[in-house]
Design a protein around this ligand. Sequence first.
Ligand code: A2P
Length: 270
Amino acid sequence: KENTFTLHNDVEIPDIGFGTWQIPNEEAYDAVTVALKNGYTHIDTALVYQNEENVGKAIKDFDIAREDVFLTSKLPAHMKGYDETLRTFDGSLTNLGVDYLDLYLIHAPWPWDDIGKDCTEGNIASWKAMEKLYKDGAIRSIGVSNFSESDIQALLDACDIVPMVNQIPFYIGRDQKNLLEFCKQHNIVVEAYSPLATGQILNSPEIQDMATKYGVTPAQICIRYCLEHDTLPLPKSTNESRIIENKQLDFTLSPEDVQKLDAMQDVRAK
Ligand code: A2P
């Protein structure tokens, strides 16, 4: 059986998710099929990835029961408001060809073309719609993505349900320390997107040395690092051997080595 994280409403979520950001719809069917074939049961998509249709089709065609897949999608960042959230959620269900989601997230607190804009009112209205969908049983758990401490606090102050998840960029060199601590205090599971910094940290000598030391690949060091920090990694790949590799994590990093990686700067190619 797969390892899982348990959300604060007792829903279990498999500890490695298959990320589908930047997988075009044409490639999503094969990529998700390969992921399912290799034991991934947690698939992460979003309306704005424009691949929901083939993600859903791949799940449907695969020999796996709907309840054995943990499926996440997201409300686009520029869509804020109660009715718009209900309507957009329905659209994602239709695209995916399913009648419920395991997790639905507000994709970001602000629109991507106006990062940092104060959308508190809109986020609260969207969150209330998500609470309704959750209470109606259309979603098994609800959360946010790219939310800061203050973005989350605004929901806590105005709403009933504490988000079960915050999905954020997290990788070696971007430790998100305060936000991780805040989420832990509120029993919010942190999901790590771009655990490989979209591939940009895999050439780092420190990470490569550590990979040699443990007899694994740099990507496996990066993904294991997320788990060592109790974040749930969502690696993305369209290549079968890398899809397999990203889930083979039967080793642990020593506390000293985690500290060494913690001390690294963000070495992404800028
Ligand atoms: P590819 O799809 O060709 O495998 P992230 O998950 O941080 O967004 O990173 C995704 C990027 O990292 C993609 O470019 C992906 O390319 C690449 N990638 C994914 N897994 C591996 C791996 N195990 N080794 C090297 N590169 C990888």
